[in-house]
Design a protein around this ligand. Structure first.
Ligand code: NAP
Length: 467
C-alpha cells in the first residue's frame, strides 16, 4: 500500500499519513457497495429521507470540527468553511424535506391503458470523484439526490482531503445510513478507472479539471456508463453602467476572492464599459492591493492560502509569464509571500490580450482580470469568447437591458445583479468545456436514474387467455 500525507497549506508542513487502497481493497469495495445497493434500493423513501435529515443535523452540530478539517487540508478560512457547511446542511435538508415530490411517479395520459406512468428508480452503485475546493458541498451535491433515489456511492475524493472525505462517511454512519451504502476510498486518480471498468459500477460523477473529466468520461464511455462532468469555468461579470458602482465592485472582489479565488463559477473576468473603466481601475487597485492573506484560523485575514504550494506556484507563474509575454499587465499583487505555506498576494491584471491563454483559460487563484469594452455588443462577444460555459453575470440598474444581455451569455447559469449564487433548489452545471449534466433540485435526481415506464393494460387478461 502506498502512503500519502495531509500537506497543510497554512504552514507547508506534512502531517498525518494515510494509506491508498490496493487492488484487493477495490474488489472488496465493489462487492460491498453492490450488496448494499440490493437492500438500500428497497428501503422506503421516508427512511432514506430521515437519514438525510439526520445527516443535516449532524453537519450543523459538528460545524466547528468540520470547518477545522478543511482549514488544515486546503486552507479555507473558518468563516467561509462555516458558510460552506451551512449550504451542505441546506442541501441534505432540502432533499429530505422534498423527498416525495422529487421521487413522485409521473403519470402519463393514455386512453387505452388503465394506468401509464414513469417511475424514478435507482441505477446502482456509483462513483463520485470530487475536488478539494468545497470538500463537503461537492459531496453533498452528488450524494444527497443519489442516496435519496436509492443508489449507493463510492467516494473518491481529492487526495488532499483525507479528513473531510472520511468525515462524510462517518457522518452518514452516525445518521443511520446502513453500512457500505456510502464508502470513502483513498484512491488515486488512476485507480478510478479500475472501478469504472467493473460492471458493478453503473455511473460516475466527476467535479474537477478538464483533464480528469475527459479521462473519466473516456473510460465511462468505453464501458457504456453514464457520466456527469462539472468542470472548470471562466465566468464573465459584466458591468453595464455606473449605478452603485463601488457597491458592485465590492461584490465583485468579495465573490472573486472567496475561497482564495479557487471557485469554478467565480467571476474571473470583469468586463466594464470604457466610460467607467478608469474609475473601476482606481478603485480595484486600492481594494485588491489592500487584501491581506493569512492562515485559515487568522480572523483578520481577508483570504487564505491556496490549496497547496504547487497550486500557488502555478498561479504565480501563469500570471508572471503572461506579463513577461506582453499578454497582460499586473497592476497590483500576484507575488508569493515570504512565509511558509501556500500564500500569495491577490492580483489585478489589465491590458489582457484577449487571444492569449491568460484570457481564455481558468486562473484558479486570487486573480482578477479587468477588460474594457466600448459597448454591450463587445461585452457579449468577449464574454462568449471562451470554450467554457459555466456561469455569467450582468450588473446594471436597468434590469430589462441586463436580462437581454444575460440571455445572450452562452453558459449554464446566467444571473442578473448577483453572481455565483448557490442554493439547493437552483440547478448547477455548465455547457462546453465546463462539462455536462446538472446537479441540485430535481435535476440532481434525474442524472443517475432509471426513468422506468409502467403501463397497465385495459385488456382482460383472463378473457384473452381463454381465446
Ligand atoms: P482535479 O485535479 O481534476 O481533481 C479533481 C478530482 O479528480 C480529484 O479527486 C482527483 O484526484 C481526481 N483526478 C485527477 N486526475 C484524475 C484522473 N485522471 N482520473 C480520475 N480522477 C482524477 O481538479 P482540482 O484541481 O482538484 O479542482 C480544480 C478544478 O475543478 C478546476 O478546474 C475547477 O474549476 C473545477 N471545479 C469545477 C466545479 C463545478 O462544479 N463545475 C466545482 C469545483 C471545481 P487526486 O486529488 O487524487 O488527484
Amino acid at each position: 500500500m502506498t502512503e500519502f500525507h495531509l500537506e497543510n497549506p497554512n504552514n507547508g508542513q506534512s502531517e498525518e499519513a494515510f494509506s491508498r487502497i490496493d487492488n484487493d481493497g477495490i474488489q472488496d469495495v465493489l462487492t460491498r457497495t453492490t450488496k448494499a445497493f440490493a437492500s438500500w434500493r428497497e428501503t422506503d423513501i421516508d427512511t432514506r429521507a430521515a437519514v438525510l435529515e439526520k445527516t443535516a443535523d449532524i453537519y450543523e452540530q459538528k460545524t466547528d470540527e468540520l470547518a477545522d478539517h478543511i482549514g488544515r487540508e486546503m486552507g479555507k478560512p473558518t468563516d467561509q468553511a462555516k458558510a460552506e457547511l451551512q449550504i451542505v446542511v441546506d442541501i441534505y435538508r432540502y432533499y429530505a424535506q422534498h423527498a416525495h415530490e422529487l421521487l413522485a411517479d409521473q403519470e402519463l395520459y393514455s386512453d387505452d391503458a388503465q394506468r401509464t406512468f414513469v417511475a424514478k428508480e435507482p441505477l446502482g452503485p456509483l462513483v463520485g470523484v470530487m475536488p478539494w475546493n468545497f470538500p463537503y458541498y461537492q459531496v453533498a451535491r452528488f450524494a444527497a439526490p443519489n442516496l435519496l433515489l436509492g443508489n449507493t456511492i463510492v467516494l473518491k475524493h481529492a487526495s488532499i482531503c483525507p479528513l473531510s472525505s472520511q468525515a462524510c462517511q462517518d457522518i452518514f454512519a452516525e445518521a443511520g445510513l446502513p453500512d457500505d451504502v456510502f464508502i470513502n476510498v483513498y484512491a488515486s486518480g488512476k485507480q478510478v478507472a479500475e472501478f469504472l471498468e467493473d460492471k458493478r459500477i453503473k455511473g460516475v460523477s466527476l467535479t474537477g479539471s478538464e483533464v480528469a473529466g475527459a479521462s473519466v468520461a473516456e473510460t465511462a464511455g468505453k464501458h457504456l456508463k453514464k457520466s456527469l462532468l462539472e468542470l472548470g469555468g471562466n465566468d464573465p461579470f459584466i458591468v453595464l453602467d455606473d449605478s452603485n458602482l463601488e457597491w458592485v465592485l465590492d461584490q465583485y472582489v468579495a465573490i472573486r476572492m472567496t475561497n482564495t479565488g479557487q471557485v469554478c463559477n467565480a467571476p474571473k473576468r470583469l468586463i466594464v464599459m470604457e466610460d467607467i473603466y478608469d474609475r473601476v481601475l482606481d478603485y480595484l487597485t486600492e481594494k485588491i492591493g489592500n487584501l491581506k492573506p493569512g492562515a485559515y484560523n487568522e480572523p483578520d485575514a481577508d483570504f487564505g492560502p491556496l490549496s497547496s504550494v504547487g497550486a500557488r506556484d502555478e498561479v504565480v507563474e501563469t500570471i508572471t509569464a503572461a506579463e513577461q509575454n506582453g499578454d497582460a499587465r499586473i497592476v497590483v499583487g500576484g507575488d508569493k509571500l515570504d512565509r511558509e505555506g501556500a500564500y500569495m498576494n491577490a492580483a489585478l491584471l489589465t491590458d489582457v490580450n484577449r487571444d492569449a491563454d491568460i484570457a481564455k483559460g481558468e486562473v484558479f487563484g486570487p486573480v482578477a482580470l479587468l477588460f474594457k469594452v466600448k459597448d454591450v455588443e463587445e461585452a457579449v462577444e468577449l464574454a462568449n469568447d471562451v470554450d467554457y460555459g459555466l456561469g455569467g453575470s450582468v450588473w446594471g440598474s436597468d434590469v430589462e437591458t441586463a436580462e437581454k444581455v444575460a440571455r445572450r451569455l452562452e453558459c449554464g447559469m446566467s444571473l442578473v445583479n448577483e453572481a455565483s449564487t448557490i442554493k439547493p433548489d437552483l440547478p448547477f452545471g455548465g455547457i462546453g468545456r465546463s462539462g455536462y449534466g446538472r446537479e441540485l433540485n430535481e435535476w440532481g435526481v434525474e442524472e443517475f436514474v432509471n426513468q422506468k415506464l409502467y403501463r397497465f393494460s385495459t385488456q382482460d387478461y383472463k378473457l384473452s387467455q381463454e381465446k
